[in-house]
Every structure is written in structure tokens, then in C-alpha cells.
Design a protein around this ligand. Structure first.
Ligand code: SDX
Length: 392
């Protein structure tokens, strides 16, 4: 062997970097962004403020936040030619595939975003993608529903403007709803970063080759798409719907989840690091009750979700494996109440995780981390002679 004696599948016990951005303690269910408790940020901050905190390491003053938002507004246009790429997709294309393609395509329209060695170049690329990604996300939705691809209103807040781009009527009408804006703002904060998860590690890996920010983010979007990762929020609602259609017998599905021969998994449960309640799930569960009550929305799958959670917390299979609801278990119930369709749920996760990916990519570049190149333990054939085709 080349001196490598052990491997660590899934990097369960491998630290890939030092980072000052997010701290989580899986045993205690603690999550902090730059030292601030997620509970405080979710309750008291707004998403753009948290984006600034994650990326630059401190809570912005009002002046700093206003300048950050102004710099973002400066770049909120997307080249009309990108619409031609979007037009090439069938309406049925999954928004995550559309978004990873358009994010990568953005490089062609923003060549200055590639070679970013100075902090100033990085800042210019960062405000551009923070401005354009909500537009692309809204356009991916509008394309699916056959609505015009245009803009919101930059005088609104970042999240309100996004919602206007998503839902404004053909006559331009859009009624901003504080409950909806606040609920989405909180959800985006809760998704904003999560240390070295699969998609963030992917952004770091791709970025470590000094690929530009946008292309690194495109790789992260693809990693997040997976049903074991961000795609779980879509899979949770599809699972809950299936249980509802099947008569709502949660016990039957709990048995399936425990049956090793049954591929069925309780989506939205379990976590690589949290071996206690995911603090984000706690906040989202509370918010789901509040938002649905505020909006007067009854959603039968919420009761099914609560039934599953109750049963799992009393079931030794789940308790022994420390499987608790994670961030994806309740989030879809709120997205749905806000009028966001299930195919867009993982795109909403990406919109929230964008500042975290950016912060981690920036930290990796500023710390001049080496290109990622793990080793392996070779288990293949030893040396053998080549047999020409005519003799095979
Ligand atoms: C996210 O990493 C992050 O921080 C991710 C994330 C973020 O913010 O970036 O938090 C976001 O991705 C949350 C996770 C969303 N995924 C899901 O909800 C999908 C369902 N969950 C599982 O697939 C699983 O729990 C993972 C992927 C989340 C974690 O997988 P691990 O750490 O590799 O754990 P594992 O698959 O080895 O499971 C350990 C045991 C196994 O049983 P045994 O082989 O020990 O008998 O627990 C079982 C698993 O079979 N198990 C489950 C289960 N999750 C784990 N059994 C039933 N249902 C489940 N959901």
C-alpha cells in the first residue's frame, strides 16, 4: 500500500479544515453562526443580516447592512440571454437541475467572477450571486408555471422582493404578507450554514482548485439536490402524502423504516452529527404551528408528521440510533402553506444555504487551503501482462 492504511467512508471521522464560521454540537443540539446562537438569530435577525454575519464574521451596523443591500441591488439584473437557456428546459425539469445549470452559465455573463484573488474581487462576485440567485430561483418556478420571467421590486426587502418575483400576478399585483415574509426569512436563516455538510464540502472541494465562485456553487447545488441531503425536504412531504393516501397509518410506515429489507426510510429523520434534536427542527416545528394558524391553513400532513415524530421518539429502533427529526422534517409544511410547490422546496434550501456556501468558499480561499486530493487504499488487481485484442 502507499502508506495509507485506513479509509473513512463518508468522512464520518475526518476533519477537512479549520473553520471559524459555524459551530455545532451534535450531542447537545447546539448550532451557532460566528458564535451567535441560532435561536437568537432566527428570532431577532433578518436573513440578509445573517448572510453578512456568516460571510464577513460580524453583525453589520445599519450603515454596513444598507450598503451591502445596495451593492446587491446594483446587480439584481440577469442577462436576457440566460432566458434562452432557461427556455431550453422542459417545464418538467427539476428546479435544482435548472439552478445548477444557470448558476454555472452565469460565469459566461460575469467573467470577472472567475479569477478572484483579492478580497475586492471576491466581494464583487459575492454581491452579484446574492443578487442574481433569487432571480434565477424565481424564474425556475415561473418557467414551471408558465408565467413571465421578470423582476420584483428592489425597494422591498430581500425576501419580500423574492416572493414578489415568485408570485406577482400578470397585472403586476403582489400583496406583501408579513407572516409569509417573516416565516420565509426565518426558514432561510435556519438553512444558512451548517459547517462541513455534503454540499458545503463540495463547494470547498471544487473551489480548492481555484475554480470561480459561481462554478463552485453550482457543484454545491447539485450535491444538495440529493434526497439524503437537501432533497430530503421534498422527500418528506412526498412520504407524508403517501402515508395520508394510504390511510394515515404511521405505525405501518414506522415498521417499514425499521425493516432492513425495505428501502423505505423515514425521510427528515436522522443526522450525521445531531444525535439529539436538531435545534432547527425545533424552531421550524413551532413556526409551522404559528404560520398555519396565522394563515388559517389546515394541513393534514402536519398531524401525520407529529404522529410519526411522537412514535419515533418512543421507539427503541430510533432512540437507540439517536434518530430525531432534522431540519427537513417540518420545513416543507411551511413552504407549502406559503404557496411554494414541493418541487421548489430544495431550491428554497439552496437559497437559504447560499450565504453559508459563500462564507465557507471565501474562508477556504483566504486561508489559501491546498487543492483537495484525498488518498485511497488500492484493492484492485496486481500487475498483469497485456493480451492483444486478436488474442482475447
Ligand atoms: C440535511 O450534514 C448536514 O449537516 C446536513 C444538513 C445541512 O444542514 O446541511 O443538516 C441537511 O441533509 C439533513 C439530513 C436530511 N436527510 C434525510 O432526512 C434523509 C434520511 N436520513 C438518513 O438518510 C440519514 O440519517 C442521514 C443521511 C441523514 C445520515 O446518514 P448517516 O450518518 O450515514 O447514518 P447511517 O445511514 O449510517 O444510519 C445509521 C443507522 C443505520 O442503521 P444501522 O445500519 O446502524 O442498523 O440509522 C439508520 C440506518 O439504517 N437510519 C435510519 C434513518 N437514518 C438512519 N433508519 C430509518 N430512517 C432513517 N431516516
Amino acid at each position: 500500500t502507499n502508506g495509507i492504511t485506513t479509509i473513512d467512508p463518508g468522512y464520518k471521522n475526518t476533519g477537512s479544515c479549520e473553520s471559524a464560521i459555524t459551530f455545532l454540537n451534535g450531542e447537545k443540539g447546539v448550532l451557532r453562526y460566528r458564535g451567535y446562537a441560532i435561536e437568537d438569530l432566527a428570532e431577532q435577525a433578518e436573513f440578509l443580516e445573517v448572510a453578512y454575519l456568516l460571510i464577513f464574521g460580524k453583525l453589520p451596523s445599519k450603515t454596513e447592512l444598507d450598503k451591502f443591500h445596495d451593492d446587491i441591488k446594483e446587480h439584481s439584473h440577469v442577462d436576457e440571454d440566460l432566458k434562452k437557456i432557461l427556455d431550453g428546459f422542459p417545464k418538467s425539469a427539476h428546479p435544482m437541475g435548472v439552478l445548477s445549470s444557470l448558476t454555472s452559465a452565469l460565469v459566461a455573463f460575469n467573467p470577472s467572477s472567475v479569477n478572484v484573488d483579492s478580497e475586492e474581487d471576491m466581494y464583487n462576485a459575492i454581491v452579484r450571486i446574492l443578487a442574481k440567485f433569487p432571480v434565477l430561483t424565481a424564474w425556475a418556478y415561473r418557467k414551471r408555471v408558465g408565467r413571465p420571467l421578470d423582476y420584483g421590486d428592489d425597494s422591498l426587502g430581500y425576501v419580500d422582493n423574492f416572493l414578489k418575483m415568485m408570485f406577482k400576478k400578470p397585472n403586476g399585483e403582489y400583496n406583501s404578507n408579513k407572516t409569509v415574509v417573516d416565516a420565509l426569512d426565518k426558514l432561510l436563516i435556519l438553512h444558512a450554514d451548517h459547517e462541513q455538510n455534503c454540499s458545503t464540502s463540495t463547494v470547498r472541494m471544487v473551489g480548492s482548485a481555484h475554480t470561480g465562485l459561481f462554478a463552485s456553487l453550482s457543484a454545491g447545488i447539485n450535491a444538495l439536490w440529493g434526497p439524503l441531503h437537501g432533497g430530503a425536504n421534498q422527500a418528506v412531504i412526498e412520504m407524508l402524502e403517501k402515508i395520508k393516501e394510504d390511510g394515515g397509518d404511521t405505525h405501518k410506515f414506522m415498521q417499514k423504516a425499521k425493516d432492513k429489507n425495505d428501502p423505505f426510510r423515514l425521510m427528515g429523520f436522522g443526522h450525521r452529527v445531531y444525535k439529539n434534536f436538531d435545534p432547527r427542527a425545533k424552531i421550524i416545528k413551532k413556526s409551522a404551528d404559528e404560520v398555519l394558524a396565522d394563515l388559517g391553513v389546515q394541513d393534514p400532513v402536519l398531524d401525520i408528521a407529529k404522529g410519526l415524530e411522537k412514535e419515533a421518539l418512543e421507539d427503541s429502533y430510533f432512540v437507540d440510533r439517536k434518530l430525531y427529526p432534522n431540519v427537513d422534517f417540518y420545513s416543507g409544511i411551511i413552504y407549502r402553506a406559503l404557496g411554494i410547490p414541493v418541487e421548489m422546496f430544495t431550491a428554497m434550501f439552496a437559497l437559504g444555504r447560499l450565504p453559508g456556501w459563500i462564507a465557507q468558499w471565501r474562508e477556504m480561499r483566504l486561508r489559501k487551503e491546498p487543492i483537495g486530493r484525498p488518498r485511497q487504499v488500492y484493492i484492485g488487481e496486481t500487475l498483469r501482462d497485456f493480451t492483444p485484442l486478436k488474442d482475447r
